[in-house]
Design a protein around this ligand. Structure first.
Ligand code: GAP
Length: 459
């Protein structure tokens, strides 16, 4: 099995990620998070929120609705510009993104290109490109395929009843249209940011690479509003801040790199990605973009509502310029699992598979075991310990199988500490605590175990 298969299979086997609607044969590019997956995803979102909102006096949160006025997507340029170039293999009818096919042979396609321009480049290179699925080289003409997902939400009151309503393609539009509400209701002043976590939907052409590219996903986005002329300085600060975030989460620096976009999407002034070294190679984890005044100017134009900011000190009036940090929960999840995944040789035992998550991301923080399940006095004592631990941390009680197997199971879901209650516990109220990473065990008093976990898990 290659690395990606191992990770996909571990995620399924251990309840992190399930294919959506599996009993109906699955639903392409949509996934569900299982019991440990939802814990990991929640911890990822908590960490991001802490870093972007809790620790920042200049950033506040928001949770805007998924459905928005259809005009928003016209103003933002998504109804016309949010499209990927699509081709179909005439032999096996698989569909591909043309920019990805060209990229694979070292030809860069510009996202700003018209259908004709990209058809021209594809035409020149077509003979060198083989279908990744059937290896034939016979493709249809390139068509731009819009990624917005339509909904049929009723709007029975005005003309917009006839216009399609979309599921949002990115969460940040809800931030732009609320920026004046935030300004008027809080004490923020420019420069300041608004952060939001929420679902986004895209009709992605290719559905490969597990949860890397899905049609329904969650974004964690922060939009920072700046005085024109000052945004590039703030942009550099934001880039450093986001890089440091991954370092603080324990990512290896060699598994991350910056990628500067030469071919900018329709709204961007400057764009960098933080790429992660996934098992299929370096690919975009997060985008850090300078969007200029594009978004607010467009919404001002399309809504007819003035969106300029008046400096409270100087009375200067301007449309703020925006820089953003945007990252998917799913991509962070996949990167976190890849980063944590390890196979270790243990003398005289089977290879150990362990997810060495940073403590704050681990789905379960501690597991409590009675040494034997058929000794009521051990089970009762272990239950007492568990009932106390679970009040403070996500914890699991396990009395199934031998202790070695229970350790291995917890290793595979990344639990940092396992607490075992044995016969000595009954005599002296001590337990063993086993460390996931070193596999070392130490004996401590039950009365000290809460403090021990608190100290270790917050370190
Ligand atoms: N507001 C800017 C924006 O949406 P983007 O580069 O299209 O920019 C930002 O998306 C981030 O959202 C990406 O870096 C990625 O982490 C995540 N993302 C985008 N499309 C995704 C998809 N189809 N599946 C999973 N995550 C996705």
């Amino acid at each position: 099995m290659d690395e990606m298969q191992k990770i996909t299979s571990l995620c399924k086997r251990r309840g992190f990620v399930f294919p959506s609607s599996e009993i109906y044969g699955g639903f392409s590019a949509v996934y569900d998070f299982g019991p440990y997956g939802v814990e990991l995803a929640n911890n990822i979102k908590k960490e991001w929120w802490k870093n972007m909102v809790q620790l920042r006096e200049d950033i506040v949160g928001l949770d805007s609705a998924i459905f928005m006025h259809p005009k928003i997507w016209e103003a933002s340029g998504h109804t016309t510009g949010f499209a990927d170039p699509l081709t179909e293999c005439k032999n096996c009818h698989s569909r591909f993104r043309v920019d990805h096919l060209l990229e694979a042979i070292g030809v860069v396609a510009d996202e700003k290109m018209t259908e004709e321009q990209i058809n021209g480049i594809f035409g020149q290179n077509k003979s060198k490109i083989k279908c990744p699925d059937c290896a034939k080289s016979d493709f249809t003409k390139v068509k731009k395929f819009n990624l917005l997902v339509k909904a049929n939400l009723g709007n029975f009151t005005d003309d917009w009843a006839k216009a399609p309503v979309y599921l949002r393609g990115e969460t940040c539009q809800g931030i732009y249209v609320n920026y004046l509400n935030v300004l008027d209701s809080t004490r923020v002043k420019i420069p300041f940011g608004i952060a939001q976590i929420g679902k986004a939907f895209r009709n992605e052409i290719t559905a490969r690479q597990f949860i890397f590219r899905t049609r329904e996903f969650e974004q964690m986005e922060m939009q920072y509003l700046c005085k024109p002329g000052q945004e590039m300085e703030e942009y550099e600060k934001l880039r450093q801040y986001r890089w440091q975030y991954y370092m603080d989460l324990g990512f290896k620096p060699e598994n991350l790199k910056w990628h500067k976009h030469e071919n900018l999407v329709f709204y961007a002034k400057e764009a960098y990605d933080i790429e992660y070294n996934y098992p299929f190679g370096f690919a975009e984890l997060e985008g850090v973009h300078a969007r200029g005044d594009y978004d607010l100017s467009q919404h001002q134009k399309f809504s007819g509502h003035e969106l300029s900011y008046t400096d409270p000190q100087t009375n200067e009036k301007y449309i703020p310029h925006i820089i953003e940090s945007s990252v998917g929960v799913g991509r962070t999840f996949l990167a976190a699992v890849c980063e944590a995944y390890a196979e270790e040789e243990v003398a005289g035992e089977e290879t150990r598979i362990v997810l060495k998550f940073p403590k704050q991301l681990a789905p379960i923080k501690a597991a409590v075991f009675p040494l034997l399940r058929n000794k009521p006095e051990l089970v009762e004592k272990a239950r007492k310990v568990f009932n106390e631990v679970k009040r403070h941390f996500m914890a699991e009680f396990d009395d199934n199988g031998n202790i070695g197997k229970r350790y291995r199971r917890q290793d595979e879901i990344g639990t940092p500490y396992c607490l075992t209650i044995d016969f000595d516990t009954l005599k002296d109220n001590t337990i063993t605590i086993r460390d996931r990473d070193t596999m070392k065990q130490e004996r401590i008093k039950i009365s000290e175990s809460g403090g021990f976990l608190k100290q270790k898990l917050s370190a």
